[in-house]
Design a protein around this ligand. Structure first.
Ligand code: MSP
Length: 509
């Protein structure tokens, strides 16, 4: 059977231009998607924008444009940002896309017809910036548990989704599927803080908002954003349409990447919508931590961030990708600062990876005019390095599977560091002085080039531009995931005009 893989990011609110926090979710998903593609999986990677709701309506009004004009501009900017970050999504879904709108209306009608959605009266507390409704038990002191802003009471006729009906089934599902919510700590949080206290039915329509998808059979109402937004993961694949090959092929999703603040929507509301539609649940919802600046979440409302393109222009796309992936451990928050970014870039990218590539290519040119093959004059100390290289793919597979991306990178950089040490231990410049050691010298450089080839091939998932550059400098244009063990019988012809991969950055910001 063909190996398939479906990965998604949240769809972001285009209420303002995207910041480095949005880049983080998207870079994680992109790296996993790239890794799986390189590993032979037929992969679909979805990202997009969540365009409806009161907040966008207000922003557009302030800017003196229509909501559609407002979001069009931000989405154009976002697409340019994803290009600059080398993001390889297969579709950028917008909740204003015609196909999405029509399918959401069908989903709503289907749930209404089967009585999972019913009409009632909504009374409750609403947070405008977060577009979230809260119950009195959840919201202490009348402030939003997510953003801390004041909530206001609203009352209107509305449609509701019967969450309560599925409460027990959901709890059992989470308990019997330990991979459904990751990291594990969030499973207990969902069960104890949200499910156990009792699920109240969810308001899924509003009459006070105009900027949304109308309920097809009751046009006073627009569909309240979470039902609209969450459905994107299946509407993008053509669910409930005649063109549903993608849906049949890719659903259920393998990994849904979301920030920790929206885990509850993705592990309570979303699975219940799917259960009601009689569809399988995603295999894993991964709730990652936040990038923080001086203890605060980077946020549009706090305005404490720069355009991510400023960082890309200054440090290069791969340094940014590497930093966010390496610096933030599985599920935890990580601090974003230019100082930390510079330290990482200097220590890992310039001094470790760049240095290894540069030294090795330099020696291959100096001692062998750029061309070498394996002379197989082995010594015991080669074994340690070769077995570390040969074990690498299994390690990165395991870390990608468990979504511990920073650990996958750590394993790759262990090999790069060991390779630099191998240069110091074998001292090629001393071997070069002795004519009888010429074949040994060629073997040493061959082993180093194999290390560079294999690490660059795997690193292509994370830092595509630099990896391709390395592979082409050592004369290998194809990054072949099937060839990730040291090959005893190959040869290399390296470039005679090597270029530096990363330059050390002075710590002046
Ligand atoms: N539109 C909803 C999601 C709907 S998904 C069906 C939404 N949008 S959002 O624009 O507010 O941001 C969504 C995601 O952006 C978060 O879940 C998170 O992945 C990412 N981040 C926003 N700020 C972030 C940080 N400071 N750090 C890391 N990620 C952050 O919620």
């Amino acid at each position: 059977m063909e190996k398939k893989f479906y990965i998604t990011t949240p769809i972001y609110y285009p209420s303002a231009n995207f910041h480095i926090g949005h880049c983080y979710s998207t870079i994680i998903a992109d790296s996993i998607a790239r890794y799986k593609r390189l590993d032979g999986y037929d992969t679909f990677f979805l990202t997009g924008s969540d365009e409806h709701g009161q907040k966008i309506e207000k922003k557009a009004l302030e800017a003196g444009v229509t909501p559609q004009e407002y979001v069009d501009k931000i989405v154009e900017n976002a697409k340019d940002l994803w290009d600059k970050l080398a993001i390889t999504h297969d579709r950028f879904i917008r909740t204003t896309d015609k196909d999405h709108v029509e399918i959401v209306q069908k989903i709503f009608k289907k749930l209404y017809d089967q009585k999972d959605i019913y009409k009632g009266e909504y009374k409750g507390l609403y947070c405008t910036p977060c577009e979230s409704f809260w119950t009195e038990t959840q919201a202490k002191d009348n402030v939003c548990p997510d953003c801390g802003k004041e909530l206001h009471e609203v009352s209107e006729e509305a449609y509701f989704l019967k969450l309560s009906k599925y409460q027990q089934r959901l709890e059992e599902y989470i308990k019997s599927h330990p991979h459904f919510i990751k990291p594990e700590s969030r499973q207990n949080e969902m069960i104890n803080n949200f499910i156990k206290p009792g699920l109240e039915d969810l308001c899924v329509s509003r009459t006070s908002i105009k900027w949304g998808i109308p309920v097809s059979f009751d046009e006073e109402h627009v569909i309240y954003v979470w039902l609209d937004a969450l459905s994107n993961y299946i509407t993008a694949l053509g669910y409930l349409t005649e063109n549903d090959e993608l849906f049949k092929k890719y659903w259920p999703a393998d990994v849904q990447i979301v920030g920790k603040e929206i885990v509850r929507f993705h592990t309570i509301i979303w699975p219940i919508i799917l259960m009601a539609l009689d569809l399988p649940l995603p295999k894993t919802v991964f709730g990652h931590g936040w990038l923080i600046i001086d203890g605060n979440k980077i946020s549009k409302s706090l305005g404490n961030y720069k355009d991510p393109r400023d960082y890309i222009d200054k440090y290069g796309v791969d340094a940014i990708r590497y930093f966010v992936l390496r610096e933030i451990p599985f599920g935890n928050d990580g601090n974003f600062s230019e100082e930390a970014l510079i330290s990482r870039t200097n220590a890992d990218l310039a001094n470790t990876w760049g240095n290894l590539v540069n030294r090795t290519i330099g020696m291959v040119n100096k001692y062998f005019d750029g061309k070498i093959e394996n002379k197989k004059v082995e010594e015991p100390l080669d074994k340690e390095l070769l077995s570390l290289i040969n074990d690498l793919k299994a390690k990165t597979d395991e870390k990608i599977e468990s979504l511990e991306i920073s650990k996958a990178l750590e394993a790759i950089f262990d090999v790069l560091r060991a390779s630099n040490k191998y240069i110091d231990d074998t001292a090629p410049w001393i071997l070069a002085k002795d004519d009888t050691k010429k074949d040994r010298l060629e073997t040493v450089l061959y082993n180093l080039l194999e290390s560079i080839r294999i690490t660059a091939t795997i690193l292509e998932a994370f830092m595509p531009t630099s990896s391709k550059n390395v592979l082409s400098q050592i004369g290998k244009t194809d990054s072949d995931f099937k060839c990730l063990e040291v090959n005893a019988n190959s040869s290399f012809e390296v470039t005679s005009t090597p270029s530096q991969l990363f330059t050390r950055i002075e710590k002046k910001i």
